[in-house]
Ligand binder design. Sequence first.
Ligand SMILES: C[S@@+](CC[C@H](N)C(=O)[O-])C[C@H]1O[C@@H](n2cnc3c(N)ncnc32)[C@H](O)[C@@H]1O
Length: 303
Amino acid sequence: VSSAAALLDDFAARIVAKNPQHASFLASSLSLMSAEAHASLSQYIDYCLAAGLDIGYLADCYNTITIDTQLEQIYFRKHKRYRWSQFSQVADKVYFNDTYMRKYMYGLALTSFLWPNHAAIHDFFRRTFPRDIGGRYLEIGPGHGYYLMEAARLGGFDTLVGVDISATSLALTRDIVRHSGVDRSSRITLIATDFLAFFESSADYSCIVMGEVLEHVEEPARFLRKIAEMSGDTTHIYITTCINAPAIDHIYLFCDPAEIVSMANDCGLAVVEQFCASYVGKTLEECRERQLAVNIAYVMKRA
Ligand SMILES: C[S@@+](CC[C@H](N)C(=O)[O-])C[C@H]1O[C@@H](n2cnc3c(N)ncnc32)[C@H](O)[C@@H]1O
């Protein structure tokens, strides 16, 4: 058994020890993952260990997001809405709570390998990402920073800017960027602010990424409009969100992909490619009928 395989076995065992109901989901996820995905996951865990975390804490991070999401799913099934609808109702519990936010963000990064729906979105990001385009990159809500780090590797940008409302998210992003060394080839600026308050006087970005932010804000259309305003004719725009997907801090409920596309169109954006990842083990049709969570990603252009 390789040391990477032993590490993943240990990680999985610790998750299951605290959350035995998750055992079959996890075993199935791990068995469906490609060798490349196994390697990326164990590299991410290695990075976390090198950053001073321990494997038990990482298992706790993963269990935190899994269990909290399950609790919100129960609420959503009963009430047909997300528990909260205002930023102020979740801000102190989540974004400005350093202990919780760290767990949530490390957990979220781990789900991008371990939850088949999140892994499918992650693959779509890599598959559609413009390689070696250079220029300036903007990411709104980098959170754990994994996508920003990958973008720096894939895109060959001169400058990358990350804007996040949570100081904890920016600390995590700063750490992964430094550890991976991508800050040696590009200039990376991380700014703690609400994207709606972010002011940039300079030119267009060659790429703008906003993963899982729209459902976290009260007025998603303002985010889309601002992205359109900051884009040029050729800017690669990548946006993800979700439908009927409760989570502790999801406050804006989208019920149908058509709603998102029409909002984007109204804000001056055109969809180039759409990708839907259905609830694990269900078809998109079943998800529509039973209001199950669907993750959704778009490549867009300024219209
Ligand atoms: C769920 S995480 C997404 C992390 C990562 N982009 C991904 O796709 O996995 C959402 C991130 O958006 C940030 N965020 C929420 N509202 C924001 C706002 N108004 N302006 C900037 N960032 C915001 C949060 O602090 C958090 O880091």
